[in-house]
Design a protein around this ligand. Structure first.
Ligand code: IMP
Ligand code: MG
Length: 181
C-alpha cells in the first residue's frame, strides 16, 4: 500500500500500525518478565516519542509501573546519512545511580546513539541497563552494540513515520514507511 503524503511525496508502508501494536504487546511482556525492580524508562528523543508512548502503555498492561525520564540526543546526519557524532541536547533529570534502566529508541542504525547512551548511563552507575528499539538495521552497524529487545529487523532503507522523520516531517504517520524514490 502507498499513502500520498503532503507535497506529493508517496510513502510506502513497511510496518502497519497493527503489526507494530502486536509486537509492542510481546515486547512489553518480555520486558516485564525480567522483573526489574524500580524500572526507569529513558526514551531517547526525538524519534522514539511515539514508540515510547505505546511501549509504556504496553508495560502498564503488563503490570509495570516504571518511572520515565527523557534524554534528547542528536546523531548528526546529512540528509539520510549519519556523519558520526552524537550530542546530548537535553539531559535526564533523574539520577540513574543504582537504578534498573530501560533505554527506548526508534532505530538502531550505525549504533552510535545507543552505544553513547548506554556508556553514559553505565558511567553514571546504573545497576542494570536493558535497551529496546523499534527497528534494527543489522547491516549498518559502525560500532558494536546490541539492543536487548527489537520489534522489527528492518531492511537498510531510510524509514519515516511512527515518530521518525525526514527533515522533521512524517512523524505523525501511524505506520512505518519508506519514502518512494
Ligand atoms: P545511529 O546512531 O546511527 O544508530 O542512529 C540512530 C538514530 O538515527 C535513530 O535514533 C534515528 O533518530 C536516526 N535514524 C537512523 N536511521 C533512520 C531512518 O531510517 N529514518 C529516520 N531516522 C533514522
Ligand atoms: Mg533518534
Amino acid at each position: 500500500m502507498t499513502i500520498a503524503a503532503s507535497e506529493a511525496q508517496a510513502i510506502e508502508v513497511v510496518y502497519t500500525a497493527e503489526a507494530i501494536a502486536s509486537r509492542i504487546e510481546a515486547l512489553a511482556e518480555a520486558i516485564a518478565a525480567l522483573r526489574l525492580d524500580g524500572l526507569l524508562a529513558v526514551p531517547i528523543l526525538t524519534g522514539s516519542f511515539v514508540f515510547a508512548a505505546d511501549l509504556l502503555r504496553g508495560l502498564h498492561r503488563a503490570g509495570l509501573t516504571p518511572e520515565v525520564d527523557f534524554m534528547s540526543m542528536s546523531s548528526y546526519r546529512k540528509g539520510t546519512r549519519s556523519i558520526g557524532q552524537v550530542d546530548i541536547l537535553r539531559d535526564m533529570q533523574i539520577d540513574v545511580a543504582g537504578r534498573n534502566v530501560l533505554i527506548i529508541d526508534d532505530i538502531l542504525d550505525t549504533g552510535r546513539t545507543l552505544a553513547f547512551a548506554k556508556d553514559l548511563i553505565a558511567a553514571r552507575g546504573a545497576a542494570r541497563i536493558v535497551s529496546c528499539v523499534l527497528l534494527e538495521k543489522k547491516s549498518r552497524r559502525a560500532v558494536a552494540v546490541d539492543a536487548d529487545f527489537v520489534a522489527f529487523d528492518c531492511p537498510p532503507v531510510f524509514v519515516v513515520g511512527y515518530g521518525m522523520d525526514l527533515a522533521n516531517r512524517y512523524r505523525e504517520l501511524p505506520f512505518v514507511g519508506k519514502v518512494a524514490d
